[in-house]
Design a protein around this ligand. Structure first.
Ligand SMILES: [Zn+2]
Length: 405
């Protein structure tokens, strides 16, 4: 079995974690295609070159480091993302990218020439924190969104993906598609840490539906407008927040629903809110329940509008169906964990990942390592470096097994 160099992996994670680090309690902020994201990309590219890899940047800004095999074939690929949410952690995404790089560095250490090529991938805008939808880079690679659709996405300031790719110099011109894809990631949930298990063998990912919506009522004077004559958009949105939460409780089966953004307008103490914009996030692992939940969530938006005499707009901005990974790939991950004598268990993923989209074009699997206290998307996110190295060891051996030698 290959063993990765845990000190080298730790050093790389720590160095990458400095980029966008805001100080104690502030975590890491590397929003997609920002200056911080560019610095992270530049550092990653310098490491790819140091490892002797061919650097490929595709038109949506995904970065690949390709290591030749003894035959000419599509590569066995592993990766994740280097963008983060605002004030996120140093492991989410970075572990999957740098763990894959460590796997390839380890092949270099051992002097192994694989039969098929292997590649490490860094996908653009996985988080969706700046540009929606999330998983933009892998979505384009998997053909779930056209390049032109992705280019046209804008952040809150009206700046487009295409303009930012050009500005930071990561609008490439060559595609790379793998024969198989692995993703190492922190669990971002509490299960592995609570059970004291080092490796999660991920069986699939729950579906994620995202909407942006807006209620339109009528702004008016709070002192002179009788209650029965109001068309209060925020009141409608408030009802929606509660009914969307009740939907998850009624559906059961670990359905999760969240209204994460809510903006009344004009946002003034003595004006009845004439407008309120909101988002909805719905998650469910079972396909039939997922589809049913989407219909019911949309019906709730209409219901609250009619209860408060509002007009509304609703746009679905993300619809990543539930996936169940290729059983042979999942078995391979499990076998590598067992051979390495690491503790492991099977589990589904609650969070979305690039693997969710890569699954639609090639056999895919994921490896989880514990998040201490289950914390993620926050400055407190932490994973034990020993567990990170164990995950990279499972990854390296799974890649080698598929690529052959
Ligand atoms: Zn991630």
């Amino acid at each position: 079995m290959l063993r990765v160099n845990s000190d080298r992996l730790r050093k790389s994670l720590e160095e990458m974690g400095q980029i966008g680090y805001g100080g104690p309690g502030k975590g890491v902020s590397r929003l997609a295609l920002s200056d911080e994201d560019k610095r992270a990309r530049d550092l990653f590219v310098s490491w790819l070159k140091e490892a002797g890899l061919e650097v490929i940047v595709d038109p949506i800004g995904d970065i690949f480091g390709l290591r030749e095999g003894s035959i000419d074939a599509p590569p066995v690929m592993a990766g994740s993302h280097l963008d983060t949410v605002r004030e996120g952690g140093a492991f989410d995404g970075a572990l999957g990218v740098l763990g894959a790089l460590e796997a390839i560095r380890t092949l270099n250490d051992y002097g192994i020439r694989t039969r098929k090529p292997v590649a490490v991938a860094c996908f653009t805008d996985e988080e969706g924190a700046r540009f929606q939808p999330c998983m933009l880079g892998s979505g384009v690679v998997a053909g779930l969104m056209t390049l032109q659709e992705a280019y046209a996405k804008k952040d809150d300031a009206g700046i487009s993906v295409e303009a930012e790719l050009e500005r930071i110099g990561y609008k490439g011109n060559k595609w790379l598609k793998p024969v198989a894809y692995f993703e190492l990631h922190v669990e971002q949930g509490p299960v592995l840490d609570a059970k004291g298990i080092s490796i999660g063998v991920v069986e699939g990912i729950q579906g994620i539906a995202w909407w942006q919506g807006k209620y339109q009522g009528e702004a008016n004077h709070t002192g002179t407008t009788p209650l029965d004559m109001r068309r209060d958009a925020l009141l409608g949105a408030a009802e929606l927040v509660c009914s969307v939460r009740r939907l998850a409780e009624e559906m059961g089966h670990d359905t999760r629903t969240t209204v994460g953004r809510l903006h009344p307008y004009p946002d003034i103490i003595n004006v009845v809110p004439g407008q309120a914009s909101f988002t909805i996030d719905l998650r469910q692992y079972d396909e039939a329940l997922y589809e049913d939940g989407k219909k019911r969530a949309e019906a709730l938006v209409a219901q609250a509008a009619s209860n408060h005499r509002l007009e509304y707009e609703l746009e679905m901005v993300g619809d990543a169906k539930p996936v169940h990974f290729d059983p042979a790939m999942v078995n391979l991950v499990e076998e590598m964990a067992r051979e390495a004598a690491f503790s492991y268990m099977r589990l589904p993923s609650g969070a979305g990942h690039d693997a969710q989209y890569m699954h639609s074009i090639c056999p895919t699997a994921m490896i989880f390592v514990p998040s201490i206290g289950g914390r993620s998307h926050c400055p407190q996110e932490l994973t034990d470096f020993d567990d990170a190295a164990k995950g990279a060891t499972v990854l390296a051996n799974a890649m080698l097994r598929l690529a052959g030698s």
